[in-house]
Structure formats: C-alpha cells, structure tokens
Design a protein around this ligand. Sequence first.
Ligand code: NAD
Ligand code: UGA
Length: 472
Amino acid sequence: MKINKICCIGAGYVGGPTMAVIALKCPDIKVIVVDNNSQKIDLWNDKSLDNLPIFEPGLKEIISQTRGKNLFFSKNIDSAIDESQMIFMAVNTPTKQSGEGKGFAADLTFVESCASNIARVSKTNKIVVEKSTLPVRTAEKIKNVLNGNNSSVKFEVISNPEFLAEGTAIQDLFKSDRVLIGGDNTNSGKMAVNSLVKIYEKWIPKNKILTTNVWSSELSKLASNAMLAQRISSINSLSALCESTGADINEVSLAIGMDSRIGKKFLNPSAGFGGSCFKKDILNLVYLSKFYGLDEVAEYWHQVIKINDYQKDRFAEIIIQALDNNIKNKKISILGWAFKKDTNDSRESSAIAVSGKLIDFGANIHVYDPQVGSKRIVSDLIEFWKNNGESESNINFKIKNIIVDNSYKDSIKDSYAIAIMTEWEVFKRYDWKKIQNEMQNKPLIFDSRNIINKKMIDKDKGVFYQLGTSQK
Ligand code: NAD
Ligand code: UGA
C-alpha cells in the first residue's frame, strides 16, 4: 500500500524529531504529530523556533523547512487518526509505580489508551506502528485492544523501535546504523512491513533496513539499551578499582577500546548513566526474565543498575569526604544538570541523585546548566525525594537549599567545591585558574566526566579530582 498520510501519537523526544525527519525526507507524505499535552503542541507550533519543547541540534532547521508544508502539530488526535493510513505510537512507557510488577515492569497505560483511541476512531484499515520501547509480546496486547473494540476494520500491528540518542538525534535519524521493523509472517503483515520499508528507503540504504518477526524486534530494542548500559557500568566499576590501585581509567579505557572486538565507543566513565530509558528498559528486562522464571538472567541485568546507583552514591561520597564530612551550609556548585550534553532533558540525570545526597547532608547547592531551567531542576529534586519516601515538610525544607543560577560565574563564586556533572563543551573552555581564584581558599573541583584538561588547573591550589584517576 502506498502511504501518503501518517500520524504520530506522542510529540516528545522521539515523536517530534522522527516525524520531522520523515516529513523532510518524504515531501509526498503528510505527517501529523498529535499529543494530549496541548501546551506541548502550542510550543511545537510557536512562531519562534527557540521555543520548541525540546532542544536538539539541527531540529529547528528541519522544522522551519517542513512545518506547515507537510508536517503538522495538532491537538485534534481523533481527526489525525481518522485521516491517516499509518499511525505511530511514540508515547512514554515509564516504569510501573503500582500494581503487579511495580518498580520493574513497563507501565503500558499510555500505549493501551492510544490503542483504544485508534480503535474508537478508525473507519478504514490502519497500520499501527509501535515506536515506543515495549516489552516483548506487547503487540499481542495492542491487537487485543484494537480488535476487541473495533471489528469493522483491519488493523496490522508492526514494531519499529527507535534507536536515536538525544543530543545527536538528527544525525542518528539521517544515518541510522540500522532501522528495525518487525511484523507478522502473514501476507498482510508482510505488506504492512513493506509499506514502512518504502518510507525509510527514501534515505536509508536498503542493507541497513532489517526486517524480523515482531518479538525479535521488540526484544532487540531492550537488549540494545541493556548492552549499552552494561558497558558504562563495566567501565564505571573499573573506575573505582583504578582509584584504589593507581591505574588511570582513561588509559584503561583507551587500551581496552583499541581491541577491535570491543570497540572504543561507550567506554567513558561518569557518575552513572542517566536518561529516560536505560534504567527503565533494564528494569523491564529484569521483570521479563523473572516472569519467565529466568532468575539468574534477571540478576545479571539487575547488577547493571546496582553498579549505576553505586557510582552515583560513590561520587557524592567522594565530595563529602573531601570536605571532611562537613558540608553543612557550605556552597557547592553543580555544573551541568542535563543527563548528557546537547539536550535539555534531565530525566534520571546523575546530577539529581548527587545533588540530592549533598543537600541531605546539609550543603547549599548552586546549579548552572546551559539548557535546563530552574523549574525543571526543582521538580527533578522534588520527585527524587518523593521517590525516596521523604515527607512533604522535609521536601519543602530541603528545597530551600537549591539555587539555580543564570550564569556559571554566580554559581562558582565563593563556593567550596564544584562538581562537573554534564560534559558540556563550553565547560572545557572556561578559565579554570580564574575560577579557582573565585572560589573559597582551598577550592575542590570534581570532574565526573574527565573533560577538563589538567593543564588548565593550578595543581598547587586545592584539589582537582577526575573520576577513575588516583589521587595517590
Ligand atoms: P516523551 O515523554 O518525551 O513523549 C511522550 C509524549 O506522549 C508526551 O508528550 C505525552 O504527553 C504523550 N502522550 C502520552 N500518552 C498519550 C496519549 N494517550 N495520547 C496522546 N499523547 C500522549 O517520551 P519520549 O522520550 O519521546 O519516549 C517515547 C518512547 O520512545 C518511550 O517508550 C521511550 O522508551 C522510547 N525511546 C525514547 C528515546 C529517547 O531518546 N527519549 C529513544 C528511543 C526510544
Ligand atoms: C540511549 C541509546 O544510546 C539510544 O540508542 C536509545 O535509542 C535511547 O537510549 C533510548 O532508548 O532512549 P540516550 O539515553 O539518549 O540514548 O543517550 P546516550 O548517549 O546513550 O547516553 C545515556 C547516558 O549514558 C548518558 O547519561 C551519558 O552521559 C552516559 N554515558 C554514555 C556514559 O556515562 N558513558 C559513555 O561512554 C556513554
């Protein structure tokens, strides 16, 4: 079937950029992106491209070329579903907060609600595409919802997980390592897969478009994220060993990565990986493994998360100990709140857990991030404490210890310690010797990303710590 109208439910970090790129590469297709968050749709339609709801390099240039031509952002979900032949679901799939599988399984409420909506509105046959990351065998559940609520049209459900990383989303979408499409091995299933292949073929080489069965496609997405996160936990666990032995994690990482079987990517130490997906997807994998009675498999993957939590806590502890366990009322600057550079997303950022712990021990935290604003930073911390079971009154008390600055200069002035949490390029270019002079007498600088050139620091002044490098 030749597709000329598609819609995407969910105008977030995945729905927005992926649909913008499809619209750019396929001018003959009308693309409508819908969301039940009307404020978000207003921002996608805002005249000023600086007000788009997400910051992603290269995105606003594409929006300026496509918006109003063949790319539309709309609040009218029903009408978009009605007029489209293919409907992508790119809604959030967070970890369940209650009920069976609480704390591990994926919460499919949003996906199921999309499916009900599609079933209710559809008057013609539809291809429904799973773009969200979903547990294996979710397509079965979606089919049940669709067919159970509407037997007058035919629905085909296919899986097309997204592999983009934030901060590089546009280049990832332009030059994907692979596009994965899973479908049923029936005539109509193959036709549905083929109609999506035809869309991607407009810019992705054919040998990079992989078609599989639905369950392999769903599981491959969880497995990819788990393998990537596992590399980070591996290198982070070794960073602790480096600090105890005098080895240097940067040298170890380089030496390991030169083995072409291992490869050099994703071996950068950090105070723990963040982002909306690694943790939730691994927890989901742990849940699925347990569900199928594979306890050892579950425990293996769970360890990736446990090392990540350990690393965040370890980094905060290093700061506290360097200040002789006495951080009460001391100003500590946090440079970087986003979970990685070139995004305004801070979901699961290690800056949250590290700052949370420092405030728990009485510090006054001053944060500066080039893209994340104060509203977001404060709400991240409130959510962090709520999840840790803190009472409302405690939270109201603690939140007074966080100040979000508009410039790094305000943040570092007279502070006892600086923790660099995000690898923003601009941080590398600061005059670090001058910064040391602006701080308290014996300035402490903790670089969790190992981005600052040692030569930029006056080594006789205070302490300069880089993760996984020995202080001995
Ligand atoms: P997001 O929170 O940025 O966006 C999801 C959007 O869906 C929200 O704007 C929300 O309002 C909307 N929504 C939820 N239910 C809806 C409904 N019933 N009707 C209409 N709109 C609805 O999430 P995201 O980061 O874009 O992630 C979406 C999915 O893609 C997740 O499953 C995630 O695991 C996966 N994924 C994310 C990334 C990433 O880099 N963020 C990369 C690959 C895959
Ligand atoms: C990740 C995957 O890379 C994408 O392929 C996937 O589509 C996406 O998750 C998803 O499913 O959501 P993302 O989380 O946007 O993308 O960003 P990454 O570049 O993977 O970084 C994740 C975290 O790991 C960041 O906090 C980053 O700083 C950290 N990281 C990354 C390290 O600590 N060390 C590294 O070597 C690499």
